[in-house]
Design a protein around this ligand. Structure first.
Ligand SMILES: Cc1cc2nc3c(=O)[nH]c(=O)nc-3n(C[C@H](O)[C@H](O)[C@H](O)COP(=O)(O)OP(=O)(O)OC[C@H]3O[C@@H](n4cnc5c(N)ncnc54)[C@H](O)[C@@H]3O)c2cc1C
Length: 512
């Protein structure tokens, strides 16, 4: 038997890709070397445009537990400097404070609902490929075996075996000059400001919640997450030691960073609780994301500092970008070169994350010259345009894919829309859950009614009205909800219809 797609790794990105492929009618097999879901928790939340992307698959509601649509956050932090986002007209900084463990659970549940086969305890150990497919070697619970697949996706993390087996280099830097310590703790209630939710540190002063706080000696973060209160420190030029991490070690670190004692005790509640020490970090980008029939996804393709929480904003959107393109290849209708646009579109997104996480790492380091640089940045951030620029960069809203077309929305994520359809009012996010290509005809007379004649098997058409001014009158959306074509005409003329036909052909391979 030949599988269509094998995905190595049931981390968040591999699971997301599995969901996307299933929605597109391809059933992948997911191999995961661990026998069960990990208790380890890395991310404490999702930051940026990924929150909207998950909303557009119905996953935001599952993760937030609320039927309300996502709203942008009025504050965030860049290099331990607050960003006043509430003053932006178009704030792109969405956030969802949910532990990675829960994200993986929700994605796994969704993948299983969609019929994905997840083989736990099955480790990819070897691969060889030819023109028609990839032979994957696997160490399973009952011994080694082989699987033949048309495509293999390595979503197997920063130490990706897939990447190494393909001989794809992973250039970048490894830093080992900093130590981060973090733990769930309980803090005396009287230290918590009932208005701001911040922490009043005796002898030091107030520290706002979730804001990285830099001193001359390091970084301190107080995170009162719904799942428990996290305290985190980062120090430089310090040996982490090889003793098991302890709350006492964190206490001493807090004393060095803040210069005072912070009274805290062990965490309350059932856990699992975090208690960890991490040394240094890697910033690396794969030389290429594709080797023939093998593709790299998420941390297998890029690793960087976790500052600002950009990892899953990048990786989950990689998965949404790759899913429909790989499915198009499997179904045999992908226009030439479509699969290669996975890398041309997502590498620049990864490069920007590498850039801004390294910039932030420089801005939080100790030293008087860094303090001076921060003073300058603080002045620059008073300018609303600078704040917007940084927010767009951190959230990934400044990504514009290089698609043909002159409309300002082409290559950008679709705006949030509330549409009046024949059956009532509906959010665009409701229409995109199926991950189908979608032509939205918002012209007053449904002028594009016939534009998809003979193509409806591949592209859906929705005719609707919007009450908001300044929106396009028609939009062609890719399954990843990026705009492939748009118009502002009340009645698109022959020339515009030609550009629509070109867009349909280059994105979805439908004859013009
Ligand atoms: C301390 C820390 C804090 C972070 N905080 C945030 C945050 O707040 N927000 C955020 O967005 N991101 C954060 N990140 C980044 C985020 O955790 C990663 O980007 C994310 O886990 C990457 O997902 P992935 O699916 O690509 O890889 P992984 O999560 O590493 O999953 C890879 C999977 O592949 C499996 N595997 C490995 N090798 C094989 C093999 N040979 N065969 C089969 N299976 C294999 C592994 O067991 C694993 O399950 C943080 C990271 C760290 C380290």
């Amino acid at each position: 038997m030949t599988a269509d797609v094998v995905i190595a790794g049931a981390g968040p990105n591999g699971l997301m890709l599995a969901c996307e492929l299933s929605l597109a009618g391809v059933r992948p097999i997911v191999l995961e070397r661990l026998p069960g879901r990990t208790e380890e928790n890395r991310a404490n939340g999702l930051v940026g445009q990924v929150v909207r992307a998950l909303d557009r698959r119905g996953l935001y509601e599952r993760l937030s537990g609320s039927p309300e649509p996502p709203r942008p956050s009025p504050v965030f932090v860049f290099g331990a400097m607050p960003l006043d986002l509430g003053r932006l007209d178009d704030n792109p900084m969405y956030g969802l404070p949910v532990p990675q463990r829960r994200i993986e659970q929700v994605l796994e549940e969704r993948a299983l609902e969609l019929g994905v086969e997840i083989r736990r305890g099955h480790e990819l150990t070897g691969l060889s490929q030819d023109e028609d497919g990839v032979t994957v070697e696997i160490a399973g619970p009952e011994g080694p075996y082989r699987l033949r697949t048309r495509y293999l996706v390595g979503a197997d993390g920063g130490h990706s075996v897939t990447r190494k087996l393909c001989g794809i280099g992973f250039p970048g830097v490894t830093r080992d000059d900093s130590v981060s310590r973090g733990a769930h703790v309980s803090v005396p209630a009287e230290l918590i400001d009932p208005v701001t939710g911040g922490l009043n540190v005796p002898g030091y002063g107030p520290i706002p919640p979730f804001m990285h706080h830099r001193t001359d000696h390091g970084l301190f973060v107080y995170g009162p997450f719904p799942t428990g209160t996290l305290i985190n420190t980062t120090e430089w030029h310090q040996d982490g030691g090889d003793q098991p991490m302890s709350l006492d070690e964190l206490r001493e670190s807090v004393r060095r960073v803040l210069g005072v004692d912070l009274p805290f005790g062990p965490p309350k509640g059932p856990g699992p609780h975090q208690l960890r020490r991490l040394t240094g970090g890697n910033t690396r980008l794969a030389e290429r994301f594709r080797d023939g029939r093998v593709l790299l996804l998420g941390d297998a393709a890029h690793v960087h500092s976790a500052i600002g929480g950009p990892g899953l904003n990048l990786g989950l959107q990689d998965a949404v970008n790759l899913g429909w393109k790989l499915a198009a290849e499997i179904h045999g209708w992908a226009p030439p070169g479509l699969l290669d646009t996975y890398e041309t579109e997502r590498r620049p997104a990864a490069e920007r994350v590498v850039m801004h996480t390294q910039a932030q790492a420089a801005l939080i380091a100790p030293g008087p010259e860094v303090t001076a640089l921060r003073a300058l940045f603080t002045e620059l951030l008073r300018d609303e345009r600078t704040t917007k620029h940084i927010a767009d960069m951190m959230s990934g809203a400044d990504i514009r894919y290089d698609l043909e077309g002159t409309h300002p929305l082409t290559g950008r994520p679709a705006p949030d829309l509330v549409l009046e359809t024949e059956t009532g009012s509906v959010r665009l996010a409701e229409l995109t859950k199926t991950a189908r290509p979608l032509l939205l005809d918002l012209t007053p007379d449904g002028a594009l009614a016939g534009a998809l004649d003979g193509r409806r098997d591949r592209v859906d058409l929705v005719t609707a009205k919007t009450s908001r001014d300044g929106l396009p009158t028609a939009l062609l959306l890719r399954p990843d909800c990026y705009v492939a074509w748009a118009s502002d005409s009340l009645r698109p003329d022959a020339k515009e219809r030609d550009t629509l036909r070109t867009a349909l052909a280059s994105a979805f391979g439908v004859a013009g």
